[in-house]
Design a binder for this molecule. Structure first.
Ligand SMILES: Cc1cc2nc3c(=O)[nH]c(=O)nc-3n(C[C@H](O)[C@H](O)[C@H](O)COP(=O)(O)OP(=O)(O)OC[C@H]3O[C@@H](n4cnc5c(N)ncnc54)[C@H](O)[C@@H]3O)c2cc1C
Length: 397
């Protein structure tokens, strides 16, 4: 694997860099978003960027051209991400773009693709994920949201929990129990698309997390009717669809993105170079520099492992078992970076709102607290370890 830019790639890099320079509004450049997972920027704040990306045809760099994406190859995708991260420009990771859309492209009907892909691309339809239930998190196959199949459509009764952004989303993709009389719990599950805004019987109730943000919700379904054409894939075979979507969630999420981590470390290095300590600055401390270098080495390992997996995909091969570690390793590494950031900031790291030292909202205690969730969402680290032990290493239960 050659990791240097070819002449063509170098030209593409220049194109992306110059485009960012010229077309991204100054307020959306130089942001220190790399480390945070909080609510981030509002949809309104991002609109000028979306408009510029849309005009250039770069709204969804990883989508194929036939669905309105940029159709970038692997090399271009990497360069695109690097240049956006270098310039501190926020990316457009959403559950619609990164999780649902690839699923609709693979399993959706022509009507579903027609109806949902373009509005999702343009941000006109936003999506929540309805997987977890109070008794079904890690053990997702025990989900029980009741779904009757009738001539009228599907009728849903039950509850989902931890539904991120359901209060501001238009639709929800939801896993339901369409058959209880099954040998394997993974059977009898179906994958539906449900209109959150216009379906009578849906109640979205907020959960405020320790960082004070409203990100989570409980979503209740009381005789909610979902039209039959909103079934994705086959009836009772939703587990296959659900698992494929989780693969995209674990691969695409910013916590698996080494470029973001690299930027987070660069930011904390910059803080350490300014932070007074013992008559000099914190950066003079060799032990601190050693911790930083160790993290940078981990990030590089992750970057090249990710490139190896992506290059297999590009050659039409299945990515190897290494993809299993991205979510777990990335989330744990991000937490280590945040811990080090807290050490660097000292008392200033406890400031809850925008820190005058950092100069913006990116890395205050509130956001650093939020990163604790990284090893839970999309499959906890403990469960990831179980999966790796069983499926990759072939160890017994
Ligand atoms: C930031 C964030 C966003 C989320 N967004 C969504 C969303 O939009 N939609 C959605 O549906 N869900 C969402 N979730 C929920 C998430 O998928 C679940 O929290 C996760 O699957 C864990 O389930 P649980 O919380 O029920 O914990 P549990 O499954 O009850 O686990 C509790 C503890 O037990 C451990 N444990 C469980 N089983 C085992 C085992 N077999 N071996 C060893 N240890 C085990 C776990 O690791 C964990 O530490 C989100 C969660 C977070 C943190």
């Amino acid at each position: 694997m050659n990791i240097n830019d070819t002449a063509e790639q170098a030209a593409f890099r220049t194109e992306v860099r110059e485009w960012i320079e010229k077309s991204v509004p100054p307020a959306l450049k130089g942001l220190r978003q790399g480390i945070v997972q909080g609510p981030g920027l509002s949809q309104e704040a991002l609109q000028p960027l979306d408009k510029a990306l849309d005009e250039k045809g770069w709204l969804a760099p990883h989508w194929p051209k036939e669905y309105g994406g940029a159709g970038f190859d692997l090399g271009q995708l990497v360069i695109f991400t690097e240049e956006f991260d270098r310039a501190g420009v926020p990316d457009r990771h959403t559950s619609g773009l990164d999780m649902l859309a690839p699923i609709l492209m693979r399993y959706g009907s022509d009507e579903q693709k027609e109806k949902f892909l373009t509005p999702t691309l343009r941000g006109e339809i936003t999506w929540a994920q309805g997987y977890s239930e109070p008794q079904a998190g890690s053990d997702l196959a025990s989900l029980a949201l009741k779904c009757e199949v009738t001539d009228e459509g599907f009728i849903l009764n039950g509850q989902k929990i931890w539904t991120s952004k359901a209060h501001v989303s238009d639709w929800i993709f939801v896993l339901v129990r369409t058959d209880t009389n099954v040998e394997r719990r993974q059977d009898g599950i179906s994958f539906l698309l449900c209109d959150l805004k216009n379906s009578p019987g849906i109640t979205v109730r907020n959960i405020i997390t320790i960082d004070g943000f409203h990100h989570f919700n409980e979503t209740f379904f009381d005789n909610v009717v979902v039209p039959k054409e909103n079934l994705v894939g086959e009836l009772n075979k939703g587990w296959t669809v659900a698992k494929a979507l989780l693969g995209h969630e674990r691969f695409m999420h910013p916590t698996s993105d080494p470029y973001k981590m690299g930027r987070a470390v660069d930011n904390l290095k910059a803080s350490a170079r300014e932070m007074p300590a013992g008559g000099g600055v914190l950066w003079d401390d060799a032990r601190l520099r050693q911790r930083v270098v160790s993290m940078e080495m981990d990030i590089d390992c992750m970057r090249y492992t990710r490139l190896r997996a992506l290059s297999k995909v590009q050659k039409g091969e299945e990515p190897g078992p290494e993809t299993m570690i991205f979510k777990m390793f990335g989330a744990e590494l991000m937490q280590k970076i945040v811990d080090l950031h807290q050490d660097v900031m000292g008392p200033a790291g406890t400031i809850w709102e925008a820190s005058p030292i950092e100069g913006e909202t990116g890395e205050t205690a509130r956001h650093d607290t939020n990163i604790r969730a990284a090893t839970i969402r999309g499959g906890t680290s403990e469960v990831q370890r179980n999966i790796i032990a069983k499926r990759v290493l072939g160890l017994p239960d």
